[in-house]
Design a protein around this ligand. Structure first.
Ligand code: BGC
Length: 806
């Protein structure tokens, strides 16, 4: 009884001291204002151990006695903001004074990022009444385990002080940072309780890290002043006035611009060390590309050739405004990130830069990386590198579309088309598991998933989009198939069921039509010039029907594998009904798709989903697909959804791996290697992002770091190198090995680290016309079904092997 009383007392105490979010009393003085929080406390007794659980409404950093707590970057990440806040737990024992009676100081800096910054607004400048995320706030629970076994708590409450103050004046994910090195922390006043957030606190996941191991130094730097060759229609070429040698200090005067090329487009933060006079202002703009040619406006340029091309950032300022204090100082932003390769720097007074660096930012840490692939073709290798950088850049708290413009959103189709490629490169379980939680959090009352998640723009349209909202079913299915962990199905089952009910209960559930996004086929049929993003409406309807069939199939399979018998029956019936409806609406009497719908994307889905009416129709569809590609000069015409399955279907369904290789190795526009030949260091959003003939593509939507078309990496691992998961049983205890070699690639060597060890597959042609030598390894504890060139198939136990063709 006594024990119970004690427990009650303890619980009451816990409730009384439970942390709340706190905000400054004052209103934010400027848009994007950053708040500082502080609390001093005295140890009641000597401290044995101290743990601090912290989170923010907004991007935050926490400090104990002035030292930054934890290496995690951009805490607490992006989540469905009304539903979930991630809590970061740190052991801060070593950072505190532990003596009885000692005074310690806890503090935090919180900016509006991912809570109430530009990104979270419905539209530029509009704060809608339903917008969550109104004010920055901080929440922390410090638990001191004292020497005598008791606990002292220091939670955020009105005993904290706060103010919009400190050198970091304003920040936001799209906005960048405004920093005044002359400003100190002043005017702290008692904090106010903030009750905005009523959702769930969850342990941090998909954390963001600074990838110090990938840090870059400038590849090239030059100072420009003015331009030559300008006309009414062209900005001309920037005049280079200095090219500092490596390691040399760089002087910069008003009227000049320093351009730094870090050689790699990626999500990162630039840092510098600079000397100058207090009050001098620097402006640093980050860009993926430079203006080119003679700066012709007709080619999309927004400034003289050689200066940063900023137009494609749209409304994201994506820059730094830095005001110097006197002397030498260094700076790196910590409340934002940028997608860039170049920075352009201007100054209001003379300054001298001692050092420039760029540090990549990603949720994929070095420890998470799993696979690599190297071929005998340098340009394909460059493509692989571009894809990896796309993953590093866009697996950032959420799987985003792009890291540079005013978007950076978790577009769901982008995620589903790229996720298997990503899985070859890194262990994606925790990262995509967190995304699935976001997907469920953002699911609408009607059961429909969203086109992008978290729903930061507070979009209310309650309709689906084929291939986008279906990601709510496709992602759990694929994670389960890949990693063999059934929890991915179980955790999302109820939510997926609600989505399926939504699809089944609405005569037209997909009313947001993204179609085969950015495909050339749409434009071809509309005799259009590729400048817009509109769709061929009929094509969209067919795609909608495909995806209805596909998700019903996946649900049937998941239900069967997890013993959900009634559901299995239901989805089997549903699938059969949808197949019949598809045939009635879109197929001719011969069992192929009607002529007016024929095209690369549709033929691909006919074959992938086994929709052809009979064996002859299958053959006819294969022929149509191959002829279509050939009639386009061995070039693809597909967008996000078609490209995702293009090479796998050609190889595994059509048995035309040589045509898949022709598409891979194609360098005429549109193709993967076209961008590589234009100097790309990441994968572009659109095939026509930049062309030699026309310059920059449609400025309204033209990212140079979109991973969707990077989905070709899945084929490189699965077909070129031939490492494929067992479709019946995920988890890599058993897998398949069947390379599809091609002399044009010369060689291919891939490795993929599973929970059992490293799978290797490496083939090479011995000289011209020579034999093929294939070496492969099956890790301990696993087995592989191996298919050799002649089609013969055998089981292999763990070991290292070599096969040579005759
Ligand atoms: C995004 C895409 C996305 C698409 C769908 C774009 O703005 O960048 O990647 O899937 O919109 O509408």
């Amino acid at each position: 009884m006594k024990g119970l009383c004690c427990l009650n007392a303890l619980l009451a105490a816990a409730v009384a001291t439970a942390a709340t979010f706190v905000s400054p009393q004052e209103k934010a003085p400027v848009d994007g204002a950053v708040a500082v929080f502080e609390r001093r406390f005295v140890n009641e007794k000597a401290v044995r151990r101290a743990t601090w659980d912290v989170t923010g409404q907004g991007v935050f950093e926490a400090f104990a006695n002035g030292r930054r707590v934890g290496d995690d970057f951009l805490k607490p990440g992006v989540t469905e903001c009304g539903k979930c806040r991630h809590v970061y737990s740190y052991d801060v024992t070593d950072m505190l004074k532990l003596r009885a009676g000692a005074t310690n100081v806890l503090s935090a800096t919180v900016s509006p990022g991912w809570w109430c910054d530009q990104m979270m607004r419905v539209a530029e400048g509009v704060k809608a009444p339903w917008q969550l995320g109104k004010e920055v706030a901080f929440r922390g629970e410090l638990k001191l385990e004292l020497d005598d076994g008791t606990v002292q708590k220091v939670d955020t409450d009105e005993s904290w002080s706060a103010a919009y103050t400190g050198p970091l004046v304003a920040a936001g994910i799209y906005e960048g940072e405004t920093y005044d090195a002359r400003r100190g922390v002043e005017g702290l006043a008692p904090a106010r309780i903030n009750t905005e957030f009523t959702g769930e606190f969850r342990p941090a996941a998909a954390k963001v890290a600074l990838r110090g191991d990938l840090e870059r130094t400038p590849r090239e730097m030059y100072v420009v002043c003015g331009a030559e060759g300008a006309t009414a229609d062209a900005f001309g070429r920037a005049k280079v006035v200095r090219r500092p040698a490596d390691g040399e200090r760089v002087r910069l005067s008003p009227g000049e611009m320093l351009v730094v090329d870090f050689g790699q487009n990626c999500s990162a933060v630039p840092s510098f060390e600079v000397t100058g006079k207090a009050g001098t202002e620097l402006e640093i703009r980050c860009s993926e590309m430079l203006n080119e040619a003679n700066g012709e406006k007709s080619r999309g340029n927004d400034g003289p050739a050689g200066t940063p091309y900023l137009a494609s950032l749209r409304d994201a300022y994506a820059g730094i405004r830095y005001t110097l204090k006197d002397g030498t100082q260094s700076y790196m932003p910590r409340h934002t990130y940028f997608g860039y390769r170049y920075v352009g720097v201007t100054a209001t007074g003379p300054v001298e830069f001692v050092r420039w660096r760029s540090t990549p930012v990603s949720s994929v840490t070095k420890e998470m990386e799993r696979g690599s692939i190297v071929t005998g073709n340098d340009r394909v290798n460059k493509l692989v590198s571009n894809i990896r950088w796309g993953m590093l850049s866009n697996y950032l708290s959420s799987p985003t579309d792009c890291p540079q413009r005013d978007e950076r959103l978790g577009w769901t189709a982008d995620t589903q088309v790229f996720m298997n490629s990503a899985a070859y490169l890194a262990d994606t379980r925790e990262f995509l598991g967190k995304f699935l939680a976001d997907l469920r959090d953002a699911q609408m009352a009607k059961g429909c998933y969203r086109c992008f998640v978290p729903n930061v723009r507070h979009v209310v349209a309650p309709w689906g989009s084929a291939g986008w909202t279906d990601a709510g079913v496709i992602i759990p299915y694929r994670l389960w198939k890949w990693y063999g962990e059934r929890r991915f199905v179980d955790e999302s089952w109820d939510s997926m069921t609600r989505y399926m009910k939504f699809l089944e209960g609405d005569a037209e559930p997909y009313r947001i039509n993204h179609g085969d996004w950015l495909a050339f086929e749409h434009h071809e049929k509309l005799a259009d010039d590729l400048s817009g993003d509109h769709m061929d409406k009929r094509q969209v309807k067919v795609l909608n029907a495909y995806f209805r069939v596909w998700v019903a199939m996946l649900m049937r399979e998941m239900a069967a594998a997890t013993g959900r018998t009634a559901a299995e029956r239901h989805y089997a019936e549903e699938e059969a009904k949808l197949r019949r409806a598809f045939a009635a609406a879109y197929m001719g009497a011969d069992g192929t798709i009607k002529d007016e719908y024929k095209g690369q994307c549709n033929d691909l889905y006919m074959l992938k989903l086994g929709l052809c009416g009979n064996a002859a129709a299958v053959e006819a569809t294969k022929r149509d697909l191959v002829e279509n590609i050939k009639s386009h000069g061995n070039r693809l015409q597909t967008g996000f959804l078609g490209t995702a399955i293009l090479l796998p279907v050609l190889t595994f369904e059509v048995d035309a791996p040589e045509l898949a290789y022709s598409l891979l190795l194609q360098d005429a526009f549109p193709s993967w290697l076209y961008s590589v030949d234009q100097g790309a260091t990441t994968v572009w959003e659109r095939w026509n992002g930049y062309t030699k003939e026309k310059g920059y593509g449609p400025v309204g939507m033209n990212s140079f770091n979109h991973y969707a078309y990077g989905c070709v990496l899945e084929w490189l691992f699965a077909a070129a190198a031939g490492i494929r998961p067992n479709p019946e049983q995920g988890g890599w205890r058993h897998f398949r090995l069947r390379p599809y070699p091609d002399r044009r690639l010369v060689s291919c060597s891939a490795s993929y680290r599973t929970g059992f060890g490293t799978i290797r597959s490496a083939w090479r042609y011995d000289g011209k016309g020579g034999r093929l030598v294939w070496r492969f390894s099956v890790p301990k504890g696993s087995t592989a079904t191996v298919t050799w060139l002649d089609g013969s198939t055998r089981e292999y136990a763990a070991g290292d092997y070599e096969l040579v063709s005759r």
